[in-house]
Design a protein around this ligand. Structure first.
Ligand code: EPS
Length: 384
C-alpha cells in the first residue's frame, strides 16, 4: 500500500493517488468527507477554514462506490484558488511580485527550502510546506479507515496538553470518541477544555502561537501486525515515522512513553496471565499495545508533540533571504493553535500504516481472500 500527494496550499487542488487498496471494498464517500470536515474544526484555527469546505472528488479506481483494485485518484479542490489564480496559475503568465515572500520565518521550512531549491521567492517553499497538504493525507486515511472498519478496527484521538496545561487522567476509548467530537479543542475534560481555550485566546491576543500534545488510540488491532525481524517491519517505527511527517510534529511516544526513563522494569512491563475463560490476558497496557515491533492485540496508544506554529503575528527577528538585511519575519495567514486538527491528521496517517501492515499480513488483492485469511489466523490463535 502506498500513496503520493501533490498540491500547493493556494493551488487549484490537492491530489493523491493510493495504490494497493483491495478490490470489492465498498466505500462510503460521506465518511471520507466526514474525516475532512473533522480536520477543519478546532478553536485556534485561522480564517482559511472559513473559506474551504473540503470534499473529495474520486477520479478513478472505483465503480459505483466499490473499489476495483486499481489506483484510486482523489482530488480536493482549494476554494481559495479563486483568490490566488493570478499568482498561482501553473502555466499562464502570473503576477510574481505582489505575493512574493523573502523575509523567512524562523522555525519554518522557508529559509533552508529557499537555499536548497534556489528560490528568490519563498512562496515556492511555503505553498508546499503548508499543513494544507494534510487534507490529502486525511483523504487517504479515510479510505484506509473504510477498509479497516470491516475488521472492527477503530480510531479516536484527543488533545491532552496545550501550552502549560496538561491533562493527566486516563479515559476509555468510547468516552474519548464521544466527548472529543463535541469539544472545540478535542478535549474530553470540561475544566481543561476551558483552560485550553483561554490559553489559545491569550496567545492570540499576544500575536503568539501554541503547541501541545495529542493522543491517538486504535482499538481491535489483531495481535501480530508488524514484526521484530527487521527495522523496517516494526509497526511502532512506521507509525512514528508517519506521525513525525505531519507538519510541526517534533516527537512521538507509545504507552507510558518518556515517563519510562524514570521507572523500573517491574513498574513498566505488563504482566501476562492465562485463564480458561479469557485466554491469555494482561491487566495493564503500559507499553501502549506494541511489543517487539508487533501489535499485542491491546489498544495502541500513541502521543505526539506539536511545536507552536512558526507564523507569528508578533514576528521574530530574521533576515531577507535576498538582501540579507535584518528584518522582522513575514506574516502569512495561519492558525495560532492547530492541535485539534493534528489529532485528526494523526489518526488518519495511523490508519494508513495499520492498513498497510494489515494488507501485508492478510493479502491485498480482494476483500473475500483477505477476510478468509484473517479468519483463519484468528482461528489458529484461539486454538492455542
Ligand atoms: C491549512 C491551510 C493554510 C494554513 C495552515 C493550515 O491556509 P492559508 O495558508 O491559506 O491560511 O491555515 O497552514 C499552516 C499553518 C502553515 O504554516 O502553512 C490547512 O488547510 O490545514
Amino acid at each position: 500500500l502506498r500513496y503520493l500527494t501533490s498540491g500547493e496550499s493556494h493551488g487549484q487542488s490537492l491530489i493523491t493517488i493510493i495504490e494497493g487498496i483491495p478490490s470489492n471494498l465498498n466505500i462510503d464517500i460521506d465518511n471520507i468527507n466526514g474525516e475532512l470536515c473533522r480536520r477543519q474544526q478546532g478553536y485556534g484555527r485561522g480564517d482559511r477554514m472559513k473559506i474551504e469546505k473540503d470534499k473529495v472528488n474520486i477520479l478513478s479506481g472505483m465503480r459505483g462506490s466499490t473499489t476495483i483494485g486499481s489506483p484510486i485518484a482523489i482530488e480536493i479542490k482549494n476554494k481559495d484558488y479563486e483568490n490566488w489564480k493570478e499568482y498561482m496559475n501553473p502555466v499562464e503568465e502570473i503576477d510574481k511580485e505582489s505575493k512574493c515572500v523573502s523575509k523567512v520565518r524562523p522555525g519554518h521550512a522557508d529559509m533552508v527550502g529557499s537555499l536548497k531549491y534556489d528560490f528568490k521567492d519563498v512562496r515556492n517553499v511555503l505553498e508546499r510546506a503548508s499543513a494544507r497538504e494534510t487534507a490529502a493525507r486525511v483523504a487517504v486515511g479515510g479510505v484506509c479507515k473504510e477498509f479497516l472498519s470491516k475488521f472492527d478496527i477503530d480510531f479516536t484521538s484527543h488533545v491532552i496538553q496545550i501550552g502549560n496545561h496538561k491533562l493527566n487522567k486516563s479515559f476509555e476509548f468510547d468516552y474519548i470518541k464521544k466527548e472529543s467530537e463535541i469539544s472545540q479543542v478535542r478535549c474530553v475534560d470540561k475544566e481543561y477544555e476551558n483552560l485550553f481555550i483561554d490559553e489559545i485566546k491569550k496567545a492570540k491576543e499576544e500575536g503568539d502561537s501554541l503547541g501541545g500534545i495529542f493522543e491517538v488510540r486504535i482499538k481491535n488491532v489483531v495481535p501480530g501486525l508488524g514484526s521484530y525481524v527487521h527495522y523496517d517491519k516494526k509497526l511502532d517505527s512506521e507509525l512514528s515515522a508517519h506521525i513525525m511527517s505531519i507538519q510541526a510534529i517534533k516527537g512521538v511516544e507509545f504507552g507510558l512513553g518518556f515517563e519510562m526513563a524514570s521507572l523500573k522494569g517491574s513498574d513498566i512491563h505488563d504482566e501476562i496471565y492465562y485463564s480458561k475463560e479469557r485466554g491469555i490476558y494482561k491487566n495493564t497496557n503500559r507499553l501502549g499495545g506494541i511489543e517487539g515491533g508487533m501489535s499485542t492485540g491491546e489498544e495502541i496508544v500513541i502521543r505526539g508533540v506539536m511545536k507552536p506554529i512558526p507564523t507569528l503575528y508578533k514576528p521574530l527577528n530574521s533576515i531577507d533571504i535576498n538582501t540579507l538585511e535584518n528584518y522582522k519575519a513575514s506574516i502569512e495567514r495561519s492558525d495560532n493553535c492547530a492541535l485539534p486538527a493534528a489529532c485528526v491528521v494523526a489518526e488518519n496517517v495511523c490508519a494508513f500504516v495499520i492498513a498497510k501492515f494489515f494488507i501485508e499480513k492478510f493479502g491485498q488483492d480482494n476483500m473475500k481472500d483477505i477476510i478468509k485469511t484473517y479468519q483463519n489466523y484468528l482461528e489458529r490463535l484461539s486454538d492455542r
